[in-house]
Design a protein around this ligand. Structure first.
Ligand code: PBG
Length: 305
């Protein structure tokens, strides 16, 4: 009766990894229960997710070919574009969000294009805008830029408006930290940088006030939902963003946070189910309105009991 925080399957956004081919369903080794799936298989997963009462998925693409400019990202016949159409056809009630970034599509694995050995912010913006428009054209309900280039929310907003998609909202990965917790995801999305790291565009884990500046900028540029990522080591940031801005806040319970619990659960060192629910509750208690999590199905099954 006096509990302040309650979880619901409604809170969750389920990440899905779409790969090329047919009949492919390959488990990610460090993320038991998570798969790289071809479009036919991803549609099946989408149906199950929807049937559990989870309202939304976010799609990541693993293209057949990568190149310097990440052209697979804005190919209207790309894996994500095909998956959006197939999911919207088969499960129209499921809200489809797409991750907008270059790292899964570039041969070097960086989130922007490379000029003079470094990631070039401004020349990347046009490519991200093209990618977002291509996703919207395929039927995406919302786009979520995760690259952390400065100015990309505005570039994407203007491009969507120009191309006839003024109603497609933007969820920006606004405060995204350069984190070791992304390790397992990079195996899942095959997006490990081939040189250097992401510290020139993602945030320093030691910084708190800077997160508020990042969020304010993204909101000025037109973000509809702002995200904090990762979640668990950044509950203070989630709480700060919730307290300072009147906008829905999303938190990404990232791959490493999932792998830790799964690994310790497999070793019998923890009560995996209780720990999962406690983690998700704490993220919500900190102020997240939405949680992107690989636990979505497992948690929904418990909540639906
Ligand atoms: C792409 C992107 C990453 C994640 C989401 N989008 C990886 C990264 O920035 O290296 C991480 C998600 C996770 O770890 O679960 N830029």
């Amino acid at each position: 009766m006096v509990r302040e925080t309650s979880l619901s399957p409604d809170d969750f956004i389920h990440p899905l990894f779409v790969t090329h081919g047919k009949g492919v369903k390959k488990e990610v080794s460090a993320m038991p229960g998570c798969f790289q799936e071809s479009v036919d298989k991803v549609v099946k997963s989408a149906k199950e997710i929807h049937s559990l009462g989870i309202p939304s998925v976010i799609l990541f693409g693993i293209p057949e070919h990568k190149d310097e400019k990440g052209s697979g990202a804005f190919d209207d016949k790309g894996v994500v574009q095909k998956a959006i159409k197939a999911i919207k056809d088969a499960v129209p009630g499921l809200y489809v969000i797409t991750d907008v970034c270059m790292c899964e599509y570039t041969s070097h694995g960086h989130c922007g294009i490379i000029e003079g050995g470094d990631v070039a912010n401004d020349p990347t913006l046009g490519l991200l805008a093209k990618e977002a428009v291509s996703h919207a054209r395929a039927g995406a309900d919302m786009v979520a830029p995760s690259d952390m280039m400065d100015g990309r929310v505005e570039a994407i907003r203007l491009a969507l408006d120009d191309e006839g998609f003024p109603e497609v909202p933007i969820m920006s990965y606004a405060a995204k930290y350069a984190s070791a917790f992304y390790g397992p995801f990079r195996e899942a999305a095959e997006s490990t940088p081939q040189f250097g790291d992401r510290r020139s565009y993602q945030m320093d884990p030691a910084n708190r006030i800077e997160a508020l500046r990042e969020v304010a900028l993204d909101m000025e540029e037109g973000a509809d939902i702002v995200m904090v990522k990762p979640a668990l080591s950044y509950l203070d940031i989630i709480s700060d963003v919730k307290d300072n801005f009147d906008v829905p806040v999303a938190a990404y319970n990232v791959s490493g946070e999932y792998s830790l619990v799964k690994a310790a659960g497999r070793l019998g060192w923890i009560d995996e189910e209780r720990m999962m629910m406690e983690i998700l509750t704490s993220i919500k208690r900190a102020g997240a309105d939405l949680i992107l999590t690989y636990f979505a199905k497992d948690a929904a099954k418990i909540l639906n009991k």
